[in-house]
Design a protein. Structure first.
Length: 206
């Protein structure tokens, strides 16, 4: 990336292997990027990491996980057909101690588009994606909780236009409210089919 009179261009991030090593004074250290990943992301139940894991699961289901996650994009995934997807996650169980199961709620607030290539924020407030995938880590026993077990996940998939129609300005939604809108309910292997079906409905409506 070159500096110029107008500022610093957006970074082109290369996909890492995990074998990359830290170094000091030109000498490689016995410390790898894989070590950092183990330290920073082993708690797959924490809210932050679980959200990224949910994105990864959906990306894999759609064959879109071969690149690098863009942390600040206006939406999470873009299909090969140009369908924009937002992934949200929630769980009944948390990493910390709690007396009762957590309520399942998702953020659905409209946002302003931010362009990473220009660092500019749009004036229009809206939902940026075409389709929302609501991912629930649907397990209620801590002793057997395993975020890598895809049998423990449930996916609820809905066109953003339905959210716009029913809840144009609402910031959050619970699972009960989501179910009233008749989302496509899917297990992991059914995600792609549901999104393909809903994508056809979007194309027909446009």
């Amino acid at each position: 990336m070159l500096e110029n009179e107008t500022g610093f261009a957006q970074l082109n991030v290369a996909r890492k292997t995990g074998d990359e090593r830290f170094y000091r004074n030109g000498n490689l250290l016995d410390l790898t990027l894989h070590n950092f990943w183990q330290w920073s992301a082993s708690d797959l139940v924490s809210n932050t990491t679980r959200g990224i894991l949910a994105e990864y699961i959906v990306a894999n289901a759609l064959g879109l996980a071969d690149g690098v996650r863009a942390a600040w994009d206006a939406f999470d995934l873009l299909t090969k057909d140009g369908i924009k997807i937002e992934v949200k996650s929630a769980a009944y169980l948390q990493s910390w101690y709690h007396k009762k199961l957590s309520a399942i709620t998702f953020g659905i607030r409209p946002t302003r588009l931010w362009d990473a290539s220009t660092n500019r924020l749009a004036t229009e407030l809206k939902r940026q994606a075409d389709i929302y995938v609501f991912c629930v880590l649907d397990h209620k026993e801590k002793d057997s909780l395993d975020s890598l077990n895809l049998d423990q996940w449930e996916f609820y998939i809905l066109r953003a236009s339905i959210l716009d129609e029913k809840f144009p300005t609402q910031k959050t939604i619970g699972l009960g409210g989501l179910l009233k809108m008749n989302p496509c309910v899917a297990k992991y292997e059914e995600i792609a089919r549901c999104i393909e079906q809903l994508s056809g409905e979007i194309e027909c409506a446009s």
